[in-house]
Design a protein around this ligand. Structure first.
Ligand code: DI6
Ligand code: FE
Length: 401
């Protein structure tokens, strides 16, 4: 059943630039984009429905390529502590931080996690998000990591959006392994990853490479196992210090390395050569009141693809708006609105291994798009969040929002 969407302008984001088509039309068929171009050039096809978009700007559906949307509890109490001068690292050392969310997540049932995550995911969807990544990493044992990943799968079944599930078992050391980080890494490699992969719960494998988490050597063991299992890898790297995790990620053809405030020029070269996407997370930078900026010039100079994401998590980025991240990417990291939009469309798709099917308005890609009632594409990065009038189309069907 073909639908013709017309009376719109399209920012197609092909090749990661606006690539505007004025007075555009889109033909969707069987969930895919069958044709896109100028309205005057629509081919003679049998059309079942015609939709008038009233002059809207159409962009690809937004993609949030880095979230920890499934978790128990929240950490607003730690937020208050941090505002009184206690650092994130100090809170972690006192048993708070990630460990406190692990306790709350382990204590929650799968249904409770599903219900709280659905609310947060629906908030992101109100910004036009049609594809989302969700990481585990607050269970830190087989049963609880499985519980989180099952919630991620269930969200995709019950909501009109695509979800990629990433296993982040190497997020933090669980208390039962205190002082035995290498043993925990062995447990991840020998027990957790094979079981979770076998159950079809894992689309990619991530780790946290940092002094307060895991060393590059430990991360590498996880990467080797992931690759043996046929799973792509990603990495939280260079968030609080430089450990060249992003170069390590590039050596394993990682889909992305994320955070990256402390990365070096050599890391950027390695990532460019490997095609590893730089996922920047301005919400965490802002919320932790960091001052070290990611090296935007080096990333641009070496042609690293740059994505932007919410990092939605209870500790460092309780961010429920991807459009707010567009603004922060521009204001804090000096991205252009065009770079920012590419960062939540085409480059975000690439960071999830979906670059061939999602992230731009091109023939053959999934018909996920948003028709925004805005004057110019830059409006998407201009407003500080809020609910912009729009219509959201997922796989060729309009969804209510
Ligand atoms: N970096 C982050 O910003 C989050 N995880 C990570 O590796 C923080 C997670 C948390 O504090 O709960
Ligand atoms: Fe994260």
């Amino acid at each position: 059943m073909r639908t013709l969407w017309q009376h719109c302008h399209a920012a197609t984001m092909a090749q990661g630039s606006y690539s505007v088509i004025e007075d555009a039309a889109i033909v969707s068929n069987a969930g895919l984009i069958e044709w896109i171009g100028r309205r005057a050039d629509v081919p003679a096809l049998e059309i079942a429905h015609t939709v008038d978009l009233n002059g809207a700007w159409v962009t690809p559906g937004l993609i949030d390529c880095h979230t920890h949307a499934v978790f128990g509890g929240n950490r607003s109490g730690e937020f208050e502590q941090r505002l009184q001068g206690v650092s994130y690292a100090e809170i972690a050392a006192q048993g708070g931080g990630i460990a406190s969310t692990v306790r709350a997540t382990r204590a929650a049932s799968e249904d409770e996690l599903f219900t709280s995550a659905r609310q947060r995911v629906q908030a992101l969807m109100r910004d036009g998000v049609t594809t989302l990544e969700i990481k585990s990493g607050y269970g830190l044992d087989l049963a609880n990591e499985r519980k989180m990943l099952r919630v991620a799968r269930r969200l995709a079944e019950e909501l009109p959006l695509a979800v990629r599930a990433t296993c982040l078992a190497a997020h933090a050391l669980p208390p039962e392994y205190a002082g035995r980080a290498d043993d925990y890494i062995a447990h991840i490699c020998d027990e957790m990853l094979p079981a979770l992969a076998e159950e079809g719960l894992v689309d990619a494998v991530d780790a946290f490479c940092e002094h307060l988490a895991f060393s590059p050597a430990q991360v590498e063991r996880v990467f080797i196992r992931a690759r043996e299992l046929g799973l792509p890898v990603k990495l939280h790297a260079e968030q609080l210090s430089s450990r060249h995790g992003s170069s390590l990620a590039a050596r394993y053809q990682a889909l992305s390395a994320d955070h990256l405030e402390f990365m070096t020029e050599e890391d950027a070269v390695a990532m460019a050569q490997a095609g590893t996407v730089a996922v920047l997370l301005p919400g965490a930078f802002y919320f932790l009141r960091e001052t070290q900026l990611p090296p935007m010039d080096a990333l641009r100079r070496h042609g690293v693809k740059i994505a932007l994401a919410s990092d939605l998590n209870p500790g460092t980025s309780p961010g429920l708006s991807l459009r707010l991240m567009l603004n922060m990417g521009c204001t804090l990291f000096r991205m252009t609105p065009e770079e920012a939009l590419a960062g939540v469309t085409l480059h975000a798709a690439t960071a999830l291994g979906l670059g061939d099917s999602h992230g731009s308005l091109e023939v053959g890609k999934v018909a996920d798009f948003v028709a925004w009632r805005i004057a110019r594409p830059a409006d998407l990065a201009y407003w500080l969040g809020g609910d912009l009038p729009k219509r959201v189309v997922r796989k060729g069907h309009e969804i209510s929002n």
